[in-house]
Design a protein around this ligand. Structure first.
Ligand code: SF4
Length: 414
């Protein structure tokens, strides 16, 4: 009998070679996944419960109460999405239109600018399968995939043999790490680890662009022109190079133009691509779906058929300025992830959570709606970190509805 493979929704790599064993209808063993994936695919430690004002409630009542809150709100926000299927994201966009809501996702404070530049064709990208088959120079910049995406190096970018890289990693690929600290990925890269001070990424991007343009590259920290030129030469000689951009690089740049300029220069003298190290399994799907609908990837407000966009529509600004009077949070835990001074504003407005797990946000929410976990209990599609659409099926059955269905039910009550 042929093996049946499933997809892991533990991170934006969406590994598609997962084998499982079931015991009494529950996932008891997961093969091929990393520890992070196993944790995602087994049940939440504390599954979410259906509650209104902290008291147990029926799903029906929770859906009706959610619709009432959204209808009565003047300025609701719908936020989260990175851990939702593409269908749920599309439904959430429809719901935002119907309720004249703000709509934002976690990319507005992480990889959003990079995905936006890719969708606007400012930066050249490629797929992970192409990296596996062709890449000879891989740069992990401000990224530590050994911990954030544990199978990134082994499944796609460094260790595997590919069609044009048959001799394996030691002979066929050069892995370079640029980071502020010696991470596990930096250790794997050995003497190709370039340590830089915090906030020095822009300087190094500019210095590399200068080095590749025949100018003497200079930086204010302890990396001399010889060392920068040695790095620039490795990039220049690539037959197929890729920069895997992590949050360390994104957070240190005020704007991404220095990165765009380096990519342009690299593609004059060499052949380079960029892949964002997207964390949540379908954050990129949220960007793609909203972009298709509005031309923007995040931070929008719907008013009828009109769409407003800008930094003022980001969830952080909306909460900081107390612009919103209700929040629907889907598959996200902003009370844990946002700075306390911002997250505390959620305590003053009615919050609804749609999540498989009991989180700090769901415990404080006015309405908490439990849903099936996408990947293990619920099928759908998602967009992998490299922009490839991946379809996945449920591993087990559950009584709980998928988030896409819950959102449809809420729309039906409006
Ligand atoms: Fe799952 Fe990511 Fe681990 Fe792959 S690397 S098994 S997608 S958590």
């Amino acid at each position: 009998m042929e093996n049946e493979y499933y997809v892991c929704t533990g991170c934006g790599l969406l590994c598609d070679d997962i084998e499982i064993e079931l015991d009494d209808g529950k996932v008891s063993k997961v093969n091929n996944a990393c520890l992070k994936g196993v944790a995602r695919l087994k049940e939440c430690n504390r599954p979410a419960e259906c509650r209104i004002d902290g008291a147990p409630a029926s799903l029906e009542d929770a859906i009706i109460e959610t619709a009432r809150i959204l209808k009565e709100a003047d300025s609701p926000v719908i936020f989260g999405m990175g851990n939702s299927t593409s269908q749920a994201q599309k439904n959430a966009i429809e719901l935002a239109k119907k309720t004249s809501a703000y709509f934002d996702d976690t990319s507005s404070f992480c990889q959003g600018p990079i995905v936006e530049a890719i969708l606007e064709n400012k930066i050249r990208t490629c797929t992970l399968d192409e990296v596996k088959d062709k890449a000879d120079v891989i740069v992990y910049w401000g990224a530590d995939p050994s911990n954030s995406h544990p199978r990134h190096l082994s499944k796609y970018t460094y260790f595997p043999r590919g069609k044009e890289r048959q001799r394996g990693w030691e002979e066929d690929r050069t892995a370079i790490c640029i980071d502020v600290r010696k991470s596990d990925t930096a250790t794997i890269c050995g003497d190709k680890f370039y340590q830089i001070p915090p906030q020095a990424d822009e300087e190094l991007l500019n210095a590399l662009t200068n080095g590749l343009s025949g100018k003497v590259p200079k930086v204010s920290f302890g990396m001399g022109p010889k060392k920068i030129l040695e790095l620039a030469n490795m990039l220049k000689k690539a037959e197929f190079g890729v920069i895997c951009v992590g949050l360390g690089l994104v957070y240190s740049l005020e704007e991404i133009e220095p990165l765009v300029r380096l990519m342009d220069k690299l593609n004059e003298v060499s052949n380079f691509y960029l892949i964002p190290m997207v964390g949540q399994y379908n954050m990129r799907g949220s960007n793609h779906n909203l972009h298709e609908e509005t031309g923007y990837i995040n931070r929008v407000k719907f008013t009828g058929n009109d769409v407003e966009h800008g930094a003022h529509c980001s969830v952080v600004e909306l909460l900081r300025k107390r612009t919103v009077d209700a929040a629907l949070i889907i598959g996200s835990d902003p009370m844990s992830s946002l700075p306390g001074s911002i997250a505390k504003e959620l305590l003053d407005i009615p919050v609804i959570t749609i999540d498989p797990c009991n989180t700090l946000t769901s415990r404080k929410a006015k309405v908490s709606i439990p849903v099936a976990t996408a990947g293990s209990e619920c099928g759908g599609t998602a967009v992998r970190m490299d922009g490839v659409e991946v379809e996945f099926k449920a591993m087990t059955e559950t009584d709980r509805m998928c988030d896409a269905e819950i959102l449809e039910r809420i729309m039906g009550e409006l």
